[in-house]
Design a protein around this ligand. Structure first.
Ligand code: 5AD
Ligand code: FES
Length: 347
């Protein structure tokens, strides 16, 4: 089969054999890439039209009990300037976001146990009470099933937890020994069963990643069928053991975005900040390769520059309103338009 035929097959059957995935992942000519992106756009437009959903991201704590080797806020990084936001500060970021038209708020943080489950539930239910037209997404790491149940009862709608890699051996090269792929998968399964719209995902070009690993990631995603998939290039952070590793490539990320769109046509797929960091037009290119979500930053300007998972992160100096405007213009240049709806997953 030619690569164009493989792309058609992926579009029609929403799946490929390992060897076929491998052929697509190992490189396409410029023309074939363009064909892949066009098919991915056609799929996203079939379900989502021209709309791009905005998610207001509030990075509320950069304390983390974990020590993932790739991450700039790992607990061993004593150079990280740590902060945590008070409930009132989080609510004020949400208020500003709501005025700017955001209808989804993503509360993301390191695994910071100084916020108890009750604290998280209080924040979630307060947001849901004040803004009953909005969705709340949590992205606060691995917890027990009981904790996830409490968050859901408090009103949280969605949960993001990237699986990072679906291969055990690779997982152990990226994480300290106390973390396991098994528990990660348990968390994702619990989240789905409880009823969250759930997001998984991985970094592209992470250290030690092979093309076989990426195929395992794709197969894992196909099986899990998450409502959201977050992927972005790995970018080294200067204060981590991976400081000298090679960053992931924008082109590889775009190709994977398009493949994921064809494999899971209704998925909510962000063009991530990491993609915009590795390539100044990365997010726009992501939208043109099948992505349909953007997550502008709503964190207060005072802490923006401190939530640094990787070096060179964009949008650390802009106010929420500036980012919102800038993003609107950037989206319009792609021919898409920002949507002010909640942008729930298809059911
Ligand atoms: N480069 C790119 N992405 C990173 N993440 C963490 N560290 C890095 C890095 N150095 C991603 C992880 C995590 C998400 C919040 O950010 O995939 O799940
Ligand atoms: Fe943040 Fe452009 S999106 S400044």
């Amino acid at each position: 089969m030619t690569k164009t035929e493989l792309i058609d097959k992926l579009r029609n059957e929403k799946n490929l054999a390992d060897e076929e995935f491998k052929e697509l992942l190992q490189g396409l000519s410029e023309k074939e890439e363009e064909y892949l992106y066009a098919k991915a756009r056609e799929r996203r437009e079939k379900y989502y039209g021209k709309e791009v959903y905005l998610r207001g991201l509030i990075e509320f704590t950069n304390y983390c009990r974990n020590d993932c080797l790739y991450c700039g806020i790992r607990r061993s990084n004593t150079n990280a300037e740590r902060y945590r936001l008070e409930k009132a500060e989080i609510l004020s970021a949400v208020k500003k976001g709501h005025e700017l038209g955001f209808r989804t708020f993503v509360l993301q943080g390191g695994e910071d146990l100084s916020y108890t489950d009750e604290d998280i539930c209080e924040i979630v239910s307060e947001i849901k009470k004040l803004y009953d037209d909005s969705a709340v997404t949590l992205s606060i790491g691995e917890k027990t099933r009981e904790s996830y149940e409490k968050f859901y009862e408090a009103g949280a709608d969605r949960y993001l937890l990237r699986h990072e890699t679906a291969n055990e051996e690779h997982y152990s090269k990226l994480h300290p020994k106390e973390l396991s792929l098994e528990n990660r998968k348990r968390c994702l399964k619990d989240l789905k069963e409880i009823g969250f719209q759930t997001g998984a995902g991985m970094m592209v070009g992470a250290p030690f990643q092979t093309v076989e690993n990426l195929i395992e990631d794709l197969k894992f995603l196909k099986e899990l069928e998450p409502e959201m998939v977050g992927i972005g290039p790995f970018i080294p952070h200067k204060d981590t053991p991976f400081k000298d590793e090679v960053p992931g490539k924008a082109g590889d990320t775009l190709r994977l975005l398009a493949i994921i769109r064809l494999m899971l046509p209704k998925v909510l797929l962000p063009a991530t900040t990491a993609l915009g960091t590795i390539d100044p037009m990365g997010r726009e290119k992501g939208l043109l390769a099948g992505a349909n979500v953007i997550m502008p930053n709503l964190s207060p300007i005072t802490v923006r520059g401190k939530y640094l998972l990787y070096d060179g992160k964009i949008c650390t100096g802009e106010e929420a309103a500036e980012c919102r405007k800038c993003m609107e213009k950037r989206v319009e240049l792609t021919g898409y338009r920002v949507s002010v709806s909640r942008g729930d997953a298809y059911t």
